[in-house]
Design a protein around this ligand. Structure first.
Ligand SMILES: [Zn+2]
Length: 349
């Protein structure tokens, strides 16, 4: 054999070990992190799918309730609520904050009013996402920081209303590094070059700066509950996340789209899950056309299976060329992660 493109290389494993393929979680689960609208699947989502069809998929996956993080605000929120009619007992919306208007003189009062209006309409949390720090600029031309004083009224109103803030602030560490042959996400960045934040010409915040502002935000707002998406932004470094959970009692993490990272460090991950069982929430990043992380998550949490794909699609894995290992969690921990922590933070019980 002469040469082959990396994209053509897709070996099948000949390893023969015990397998436990799970289609449902051991206990009905609350998925804290899904998208049903403007972010994913995108504009015009109402015509793209039926909520009943998505609900059937989620039900078959053992999900009894989920958060839709695409609630937005105002008219967009009204449209979303109309779209979800009949499924209010299964879906909770998280609204957004209009951070693009952060430099307006009336930003604080408008943001507060929007949050109160969203709460009155049934939203029970707030979603803040990475465009705030990695795309939007204020009137002075500076990228917005999450520890910006101007956002204080948002954090205070969230605390007042008992709305947790689910925040996605960074992305995998490798997305902040040059796209070179030693970048472990090179194939993924090849498919999505726009996911790379290594763009020196744009003057974006680096990963460390984002972590610093994440720390400041959580520390400076102790009465606000923060669920930091994608395992506290840093699933590649669980010691970093553990240090934060020790320091900040108001911080939680979700597992959305990070099973690949967690499952390649099963010894470290298992210890982490046992120690921080009260602080981890099950989430997937599912949307109506893609629910690939549910069954891999169940297998990862519940079994000691070895070297299995984190995306059971049969295709080349998108997040990197490795496989994962289960961490066989005990029932009491599974219950906390699957639903107890979510029910507590969402004030369901
Ligand atoms: Zn997401």
């Amino acid at each position: 054999m002469d040469k082959m493109l990396l994209s053509q290389y897709n070996p099948s494993s000949e390893l023969i070990v015990e397998e436990h393929l799970l289609t449902k979680p051991k206990f009905p689960a609350y998925d804290i992190h899904t998208h049903m609208g403007k972010l994913l699947p995108g504009k015009g989502y109402q015509q793209m799918y039926k909520v009943a069809d998505f609900a059937k998929i989620m039900e078959d996956l053992g999900i009894y309730h989920w958060n839709n993080l695409d609630g937005v605000w105002g008219k967009d929120l009204d449209d979303m609520i109309a779209h979800e009619k009949g499924f209010e007992d299964k879906i909770t919306n998280f609204c957004w904050v209009d951070t693009e208007s952060i430099s307006d003189i009336d930003f604080a009062s408008k943001a507060k009013a929007n949050l109160k209006d969203a709460y009155a309409k049934g939203c029970r949390g707030i979603k803040m996402w990475k465009v705030i720090t990695l795309g939007q600029k204020d009137a002075s031309g500076k990228y917005i920081r999450t520890d910006d004083e101007r956002l204080k009224p948002v954090y205070e109103t969230a605390a007042e209303l008992g709305m947790p803030i689910l925040i996605h602030i960074a992305d995998p560490y490798a997305f902040f590094k040059p796209i070179t042959a030693d970048n472990e996400r090179i194939e993924e960045l090849g498919v999505h070059p726009d996911w790379s934040f290594y763009k020196p010409e744009l003057g974006l915040y680096g990963f460390e700066e984002l972590m610093e502002m994440q720390d400041n935000m959580i520390r400076n707002n102790p009465d606000t509950t923060f669920i930091v998406a994608h395992f506290g932004s840093y699933a590649e470094n669980l010691a970093h996340v553990a240090e934060r959970l020790d320091a900040f009692p108001n911080m939680y993490v979700d597992t959305a789209a990070r099973i690949a990272e967690l499952g390649r460090q099963p010894y470290t991950a298992r210890k982490f899950f046992l120690k921080y069982a009260d602080r981890i929430l099950f989430g997937t990043d599912a949307y109506p056309f893609e629910c690939i992380y549910h069954t891999a998550s169940y297998r990862f949490f519940e079994t000691f299976d070895e070297y299995f794909p984190y995306e059971p699609t049969g295709k080349i894995p998108t997040q990197g060329r490795w496989r994962i290992y289960g961490i066989g969690l005990p029932d009491d921990v599974l219950k906390k992660i699957y639903f107890e922590n979510a029910e507590r933070l969402m004030h369901l019980k």
